[in-house]
Design a protein around this ligand. Sequence first.
Ligand SMILES: Nc1ncnc2c1ncn2[C@@H]1O[C@H](COP(=O)(O)OP(=O)(O)OP(=O)(O)O)[C@@H](O)[C@H]1O
Ligand SMILES: [Mg+2]
Length: 224
Amino acid sequence: MIKIESLNRTFQTGDTQFHVLKDITLSVEAGECVVLQGVSGSGKTTLLSIMAGLDRPSSGKVIVDGEAIAKLPDMHISAFRAKKIGMIFQHFNLMEHLSAAENVMIPLIPMGLTLDEVQKMTAKALALANISHKAAQSTARLSGGEKQRVAIARALVADPAVILCDEPTANLDRANSLKFIEIMAQLHALGKTIVIATHDPLFEGLDFAHRIVPMEDGCLVSHD
Ligand SMILES: Nc1ncnc2c1ncn2[C@@H]1O[C@H](COP(=O)(O)OP(=O)(O)OP(=O)(O)O)[C@@H](O)[C@H]1O
Ligand SMILES: [Mg+2]
């Protein structure tokens, strides 16, 4: 589902070049759940951004669901991301002045669906993320755990094959982190391909996580 080959990402700041991702090769099979682990600055967010087509590699190949996304024009990448990728972030990235349901609908807006379809898909995603009971509530008045569940629903609403999570539990307490993990287990059971970047020890030893891939200073330390 995700195939990365000899990927490098460098950033140029003035005269200095930062080599942030170094010759990364990684395959994630359809339906697999992979945990990317590494200290702050090891390159996890940069790698996830490239998988999502939000950032581009300096060299190397990135193939997601058969599409070589590194060279796709921006317009096509946005359409590709909307259909194929759901993203979940550390800071939830919700529109606080909108209700939970309105936030979940946002990815559907460019798709030209009927109102009925939008409402059905939104209701389904809210139910999957276990947050239907707060659908009408303003996001600003939700707890952290509830906000993250709205963000999960938003990531799921277009039924993407791939879910990418960047430090999803960094702002959650233990109880809400465990709820988050429970929902990930359900998504895994539904056949989603999941990549989670985290340093949360709760993600070690999950029975549905096929692999922990350690990252260190822009390199993958070992993987299959
Ligand atoms: N636009 C940029 N320009 C220059 N350097 C960058 C840029 N973006 C990221 N970096 C550098 O790349 C390295 C990896 O950053 P990244 O955010 O991918 O790490 P991370 O593993 O996600 O860290 P954290 O756990 O703190 O989120 C860092 O040293 C960072 O300073
Ligand atoms: Mg990060």
